[in-house]
Design a protein around this ligand. Structure first.
Ligand code: 3PG
Length: 217
């Protein structure tokens, strides 16, 4: 298992960030880091997403930097060129997966069905985002999806509707390697500069993760 994945699995949390203003990057990353989490996933669905990836890699090389919402081969190339440590997509898109594999990029596609899982497995991928987790039926659905593939060492990253109330139940399930989501740094908190609140939500999430058996430092 590569170092990036080991760290993601140790912390068990991927904060998904939608950034609109370049000026928010510095205080936001500082808030997340000072809460004790060196992981951020910047989604590429906002205009500022690319610039944020570029800035974070230069300014905080120690951060485990993810690029999210990767929907095209070009976006995969961008993420690799700008030093993202991992990439994520909401769906299982063959063209995107093939580009990531070609460039030896840590890439976790989204899955929602057994067929999606099998298409990812065809590429040798065994870490996948389960998205949108809560709308798909939450932990019950995930348990049903996991059962037939457990022997292949598949693990999932539930994202979509994760919050401090339900994250522990996901993290204590053996088929989950990390939870992800925007609850740590909500759009309105970023917009309003609520950096202390964001830091507190990191601290709280790490406590829950530790209680659930993760090796958070
Ligand atoms: C994502 O991009 O992974 C999702 O938008 C996260 O879902 P959430 O906002 O429900 O956490």
């Amino acid at each position: 298992m590569n170092e990036t994945l080991v760290e993601i699995e140790n912390y068990g949390i991927i904060p998904v960030i939608e950034i609109d203003e370049i000026d928010h990057i510095e205080p936001l990353v500082n808030a997340i880091m000072s809460g004790g989490l060196p992981i951020v996933e910047i989604t590429m669905r906002t205009k500022a997403g690319r610039k944020a990836i570029e800035i974070i890699k230069k300014r905080w090389p120690q951060v485990i930097l993810g690029a999210g919402t990767l929907l095209s081969e070009e976006q995969i190339r961008f993420a690799v060129d700008y030093g993202a440590d991992f990439g994520v997509s909401p769906g299982m898109n063959e063209r995107v997966v093939e580009e990531a594999l070609k460039l030896n990029f840590n890439f976790y596609p989204g899955i929602a069905t057994p067929s999606d899982i099998e298409r990812a497995l065809n590429y040798g991928i065994n870490r996948m985002k389960f998205f949108p987790a809560e709308s798909l039926g939450g932990l019950n659905m995930l348990k049903s999806l996991y059962a037939p593939y457990k022997h292949l060492k598949v693990k999932f990253n539930p994202t979509g509707g994760i919050n401090p109330e339900n994250m522990a139940s996901y993290l204590t399930f053996e088929g989950v390697y990390a939870v992800g989501g925007t609850w740590i740094a909500k759009k309105e908190d970023i917009k309003n500069g609520n950096w202390e609140k964001i830091k507190e939500s990191v601290v709280k999430a790490l406590l829950i993760s530790k209680k659930a058996g993760k090796k958070t430092k």
